[in-house]
Every structure is written in C-alpha cells, then in structure tokens.
Design a protein around this ligand. Structure first.
Ligand SMILES: [Zn+2]
Length: 123
C-alpha cells in the first residue's frame, strides 16, 4: 500500500481539478458546462481552505491578505517568510545583538565599585 504525504495529496487533488477542467472545456457551451464549472469552483475553494489548514498544522505562518489565509513560504536568501500573493514579509533577525554595558557605563560601574581597570578591555 502506498502512502502519500500531505503536500503530495494536495498536489494530486490539484492535478485532478486540472483534468476536470480539461474535460469541461471539451463540452459544448450550455447548462451542463456551466454546472460543471460551478462545481469545479466549489472544489477549488475547498482545496484552498484545506491547504491553509494543512499549512497551519505544519507550522507555516499565514498571511491574512485573502480568505482563506495564504501560507507564507520561507525565502532563505531574504531570511524571511514571504506571502506569494501580496509579498508581505515576516523577517527573522539573525544579527548578533550586543548586550551588557557600553564603555561609559563600565567606567561608571568601575568608579562606583572602586576597581582600578576592566580586566577585559584594560580601560
Ligand atoms: Zn499576503
């Protein structure tokens, strides 16, 4: 028995919809074709909602520029999660952050404590 991962399942469903559209396009104009077009639209809407729910369960950030929400995709070169529809970015800051006292604060602390010099800077 073959098992499919969630993303494969979604891709397979989208391919099925594409096939349904190709079949619909071969039908003559009329009520049957219009009915099938409407049913395909409903299936696509359901698939889009399922994609958003799946993405959320897999830990993707969701952009709220449309309903249902759009999964934001990671762009390594930009260090950000980016919405493929509107371009909204959620950046991840990886820069080192300096913590602790600056040199003036260290001098003040030394003066207050009576220490002659800073063992790390020699000041
Ligand atoms: Zn968006």
């Amino acid at each position: 028995m073959t098992s499919f991962g969630p993303s494969e399942w979604t891709a397979i469903c989208r391919e099925a919809v594409t096939e349904f559209k190709a079949i619909r396009d071969e039908l003559p104009q009329g009520k049957l074709r219009d009915d099938i077009t409407e049913r395909i639209k409903r299936v696509e809407s359901t698939l889009t909602r399922a994609d958003a729910e799946l993405a959320q369960k897999l830990g993707f950030y969701l952009c709220k520029c449309e309903f249902p929400a759009t999964p934001m995709l990671w762009r390594e070169g930009e260090s950000a999660h980016v919405c493929p529809k509107c371009g909204h970015r959620r950046e991840v800051h990886r820069h080192a952050v300096k913590v602790g006292m600056n040199s003036r604060d260290r001098r003040e602390a030394r003066r207050a404590s009576g220490t002659d010099f800073d063992v790390f800077t020699g000041e």
